[in-house]
Every structure is written in structure tokens, then in C-alpha cells.
Design a protein around this ligand. Structure first.
Ligand code: DUC
Ligand code: ZN
Ligand code: ZN
Length: 476
């Protein structure tokens, strides 16, 4: 019998720290050797001319999430993880969302039923906490955090999701006690509601006005408030989907003061602007997401924050709604106000190729930073490291082999999600994932799936080290 199931030879290995040429020996789904002339294997993959990177960890995406307003997500765990695999991702972390009045445990159990036997790649769950009752705070959340659901998102906006400041404080205090990682959707709900009412009264209801109401000032205020509440409690916090300089300044300010405040951004804030919402007819609805894309100066600020370390995580925030669908973007018809368009854009499969091409190839970030942002840091922040997110002995053999010179054009027809559009149609990219392995098994080859649904396993997350408080003394 061979020493290895698979050997990957001659590749240039890139981790968040290093870049070197070595062979990788894989046995029983794990990396068991790194070196030269490692010996015999059942299968040898020649990676000459390719870059071998950890498979992507997409730490923020929405799949088959029940919404309660009649809208239905286009992607379930099958189509969503198939699409992710074809784009070089090997782990996704979508959200088990609590409806107000629902037990959090029931939401998690329901999400297991929705995912069971469907995934092409591995997956963990974040939770969404919308109803922090005494039972949720004292019993359900502490138990769930200990059972492998160690991160959750809270919202400061959306009527059916948002928490008030007092509820946020209670949730943060619980996270501090239990070691959970808190993610915050930071937009000021009342600013958005006020501006929406004002614009609708003036008959300004086109998709473009979604971006006007979701002002960057409303994002900045909520970001600052979330940071202040976390400082009061002394607990780390991650601000998700940051769109521009106003919120970035708040995060940088907090980090400069030594607070454990982390930041995430997404491809839409690099590639889209408000003008993508300002299109003929209802077309702009395709790019309605929250926070919305801003302007080219905001894009530059987001690039800078990816480069200089203000952001730790680059996720897709894949929130899939079909355009031509009465359960999708056209839920309330084409003449509906922007305020009633389901929020979100697809991006699981394009996340890595976009950052690779626009970031690494155009030399805005180097390849090690690409790995840090898309795999290593999300794995660390959400308690999956070192099993996921790196190339190391003992880690899962989750690997993506990139051809750094291959040219492609994004076409929705070539993507594997169930959405009927991509906001990046026609975008020309350099560099593509040509082979992706999850636990040693090839899950996509040359942009096409090559595993079957059900291969992906559920992952329990450890309590993340970055979620530990600084230990500042409190008088309460
Ligand atoms: N905003 C969110 O908060 N989640 C999903 C999609 C979106 O646009
Ligand atoms: Zn959000
Ligand atoms: Zn989201």
C-alpha cells in the first residue's frame, strides 16, 4: 500500500505566511507530509506552474434561510455549496436564523434538516439572534456556543431582526462570559426609516434610492455605537460587510486604541457603485444589498483597508434572489418601492477569482494576504483553525490549485448557483482555480463540480481565541 492517497507535486505553496515550492502528501483526507521526494501515492497530481493555496473559507453567506416575508432564497445547500466549490471554496459558514418568538435551538435544528446530505463541501453554522429572551441568553446560547456554534450575528437594522441597545448589551455580556464571536450588521434603523419615508412621499421609489436611504452616515453611526457597546462590556466584535471609509475609520480608530474589533468586507464593495443601482427600469434591483455599494472613492478606501490590515475577513455575503421571480427580486412587482426589494446579491463562486484577479494580479495585495483574508483569518476568527484555512501537517487537505495566468470572463451561464444573474457579467479576470480538493477529494475541476451532494460534512467550531476579552477590569 502507498504511503499516501494523493501527492501534489511541484506546486508553489502559498499560505498566509509563506511561499515555497514543496510536495504535499495526503492520507485519509489530511495533510500528512510536506517536503520533497515524498515517495509513492495512489494518485499524483502535478501542480507544475500552479499556485497551491488553502481552500477558501467563505465565512458569510446565506443559503436556504427562511425569511418569513414570502421571499425565497434561490440557493439551498446543494446549489450553494456546488457553486462555492467551483470557485475554489471548501468551507462555508451560512446562518441558522432565529425568527422572533422562536427558540434558537429550534432554528439550529431546522437548519440541520435543511443542510443534511446536501453539501458538496464542509460547512459550519453561525446563528442569527433576533430574540434574546432570558431563556436564549441564559440557557440556549451558552449551550449552543459550547456545542460548536460559537459565533452569531446580530442586527441593528431590519424591523424583523434588529435589537435595541439594551438587548445588544445583554447579548455582548453573554458572549463575553461564554467566549462566542459576535458579528454585527451595523446600520442605523431609524435613519433608514426616516429617509425612506421622506423619499417615498416624494415618489422617489426606484432601486437607486435604496442606496440613498442606506446612507454611509447611518452605517458609520451604527458601527461606532456597536464598538462603544462592545468596549463597555469588554468583548471582541466583528463588523460585517463594511462598505466604505466612514465605517472603516471607526474600526481603525477602535483598533488603534487596542480594542479587539475586527472587520469584514465583500466583493460588491470593490466592484460595484451606486450607479449599478441606477439602471433602466427595475434592473438596479439586482444590486440592491445592505449596506449598498457606494462610489469609487469608497472602493479605494476598501482596498486600502484590505491591504493595511483593518479588515481581517473577505466574504461573499452571498444572498441569492432570482431577478425574474415573484419570490425573488420581483416579490412585490417591478413598480414596488426600493424598500420592498429583497436585499442581497450572489457571489459565492466569484468571491475568490475577483479578489485574486483584482487584488493579487493587479498587485494591490500580495498572495499571502489573499490567503489570510479568504481562508486563514476567517478560520481563526470562527474557531475552525488549524483544521481549516491553512496548509500544514494535520490540517484537512482543503486545497485549491490556481492557474495564475488563465483568463476568463464571468458569465452567469457558467456559474453553478441557482440565481439567474450575476452582477459581474462580462467582467474579465486573470487567474482561476483549476482544481479544488476538500479533505483530499477533488470537489471541482476546471470550474465544474466533481463531487456529489452529501460529501460535505458539518463542522463544529471551537470557541475562537480572537473572541477572548482583553480582560479589562470592570466595576460591574
Ligand atoms: N444584507 C444583509 O444584511 N444580509 C443579506 C444580504 C444583504 O444585502
Ligand atoms: Zn447583514
Ligand atoms: Zn449577510
Amino acid at each position: 500500500m502507498s504511503r499516501f492517497d494523493t501527492l501534489i507535486i511541484n506546486g508553489q505553496l502559498i499560505t498566509a505566511a509563506d511561499r515555497y515550492t514543496a510536495d504535499i502528501g495526503i492520507k485519509d483526507g489530511r495533510i500528512v507530509a510536506l517536503g520533497q521526494d515524498l515517495g509513492e501515492a495512489e494518485e499524483v497530481i502535478d501542480a507544475q506552474g500552479l499556485w497551491v493555496m488553502p481552500g477558501g473559507v467563505d465565512a458569510h453567506c446565506h443559503l436556504d434561510q427562511p425569511l418569513g416575508d414570502g421571499a425565497v432564497m434561490a440557493d439551498d445547500f446543494e446549489s450553494g455549496t456546488r457553486s462555492a466549490a467551483c470557485g475554489g471554496t471548501t468551507t462555508v459558514i451560512p446562518f441558522a436564523a432565529q425568527q422572533k418568538g422562536q427558540s434558537l435551538r429550534a432554528a439550529v435544528e431546522d437548519y440541520h434538516r435543511r443542510s443534511e446530505g446536501k453539501a458538496f463541501i464542509d460547512y459550519a453554522f453561525h446563528m442569527i439572534v433576533t430574540d434574546p429572551t432570558e431563556t436564549v441568553l441564559k440557557e440556549e446560547l451558552p449551550a449552543l456556543i459550547n456545542e460548536g456554534y460559537s459565533s452569531f450575528k446580530i442586527y441593528l437594522t431590519y424591523d424583523d431582526l434588529k435589537l435595541n441597545d439594551r438587548e445588544v448589551l445583554k447579548v455582548l455580556a453573554m458572549a463575553r462570559r461564554e467566549g462566542g464571536m459576535v458579528m454585527v450588521h451595523a446600520e442605523n434603523a431609524d435613519c433608514i426609516a426616516y429617509l425612506t419615508e421622506l423619499l417615498e412621499e416624494q415618489g422617489k421609489t426606484a432601486p437607486y434610492y435604496h442606496g440613498v436611504t442606506h446612507s454611509s452616515i447611518a452605517e458609520r453611526e451604527a458601527t461606532h455605537r456597536a464598538i462603544s457597546l462592545a468596549e463597555l462590556i469588554d468583548v471582541p466584535l466583528l463588523i460585517v460587510h463594511v462598505s466604505g471609509p466612514e465605517a472603516i475609520e471607526q474600526i481603525r480608530w477602535a483598533q488603534g486604541r487596542g480594542l479587539r474589533v475586527y472587520g469584514e468586507t465583500c466583493p460588491q464593495y470593490l466592484m460595484l457603485t451606486a450607479s449599478d443601482l441606477d439602471q433602466e427600469g427595475f434592473e438596479g434591483a439586482k444590486c440592491v444589498c445592505s449596506p449598498p455599494p457606494r462610489d469609487t472613492a469608497a472602493q479605494e478606501a476598501v482596498w486600502e483597508a484590505l491591504e493595511n490590515g483593518v479588515f481581517q475577513v473577505f466574504s461573499s455575503d452571498h444572498a441569492p434572489f432570482r431577478y425574474e421571480d415573484p419570490q425573488g427580486k420581483k416579490l412585490h412587482g417591478e413598480s414596488a418601492s426600493f424598500a420592498h426589494i429583497p436585499n442581497g446579491i450572489p457571489g459565492l463562486e466569484t468571491r475568490l477569482p475577483i479578489l485574486f484577479s483584482e487584488g493579487v494580479i493587479k498587485e494591490r495585495i500580495d498572495a499571502t494576504r489573499f490567503v489570510a483574508l479568504t481562508a486563514t483569518q476567517p478560520a481563526k476568527i470562527y474557531g475552525l483553525y488549524p483544521r481549516k484555512g491553512t496548509i500544514a501537517i494535520g490540517s484537512d487537505a482543503d486545497l485549491t490549485l490556481w492557474d495564475p495566468a488563465a483568463r476568463t470572463t464571468v458569465r452567469n451561464a457558467d456559474l453553478h448557483h441557482a440565481v439567474d444573474y450575476t452582477p459581474y457579467e462580462g467582467l474579465e479576470l486573470t487567474g482561476k482555480p483549476v482544481l479544488t480538493l476538500c479533505r483530499g477529494r477533488v470537489v471541482s475541476r476546471d470550474g465544474r463540480p466533481s463531487a456529489e451532494p452529501g460529501y460535505g460534512q458539518f463542522l463544529k467550531c471551537d470557541k475562537p481565541q480572537p473572541a477572548r476579552p482583553r480582560g479589562a477590569t470592570k466595576g460591574f
